[in-house]
Design a protein around this ligand. Sequence first.
Ligand SMILES: C[S@@+](CC[C@H](N)C(=O)[O-])C[C@H]1O[C@@H](n2cnc3c(N)ncnc32)[C@H](O)[C@@H]1O
Length: 229
Amino acid sequence: MKQSEKDSRCTLRTPRVAQLIERLYEDVQANAAKKEEVFGGMSEKERAEFSSTSPDDYRKAYGRAKELYLAVAPQTAHLLYMQARSMNAHTIVEFGTSFGFSTIHLAAALRDNGGGQVIGTEFEPDKIEQAYANLREAGLEDLVDIREGDALETLARDLPGKVDLVLMDGHKPLYPKVLELLRPKLRQGACLIADNASSNEEYLNRVRAADGDFLSVPYEGDVEISIKL
Ligand SMILES: C[S@@+](CC[C@H](N)C(=O)[O-])C[C@H]1O[C@@H](n2cnc3c(N)ncnc32)[C@H](O)[C@@H]1O
């Protein structure tokens, strides 16, 4: 089989998408020092805003981090693609889009599954603009709707009846609330992938509860994978 035929079975491997992902990941790495600077230079009060459930606080916190290239690790991004492919997902919700690194992987899976939609959500309008520019460059913009605003509002309306897959990657203290919001929409067997999951014990207790409606296991890099029973 020719390489181009193999590529056509996996959008991630097409030169257009593969090169973009490589470049975006270089940007993430180049941003590491800036990240240290921003987080290291925060006062205790500013740090506390990152763990607050008050919208005023967490909006301020992410506003200060709005230029940081935050993204899931490459193996988590691959996991997202693989999971979406293996379950033939068509409806995906992403809590926390940033510049769209994870979104590209999710949308690539939808393309290879024959279509669908990623519903993303993000506070920062500049990040949304950049995420759309990245998705356009990947040729995947038509598969994504990024809703501007707080997920607790943007994901509380107009969601399709059956959600196949969720990426939790926004403000960590909100994971349990976002889970409650999405739970009625999750189809049986729906998958939740939560990054930095250990920062929210309440979320872990919820998805790991022995008598609950999820089955859940930890994965590498502080990621929790759960399915809806
Ligand atoms: C870790 S980054 C997301 C990275 C992205 N998933 C990726 O891998 O490319 C988290 C993003 O979520 C956004 N965010 C955090 N809490 C949010 C909320 N309640 N509603 C909407 N966006 C939120 C932040 O502005 C930030 O850009």
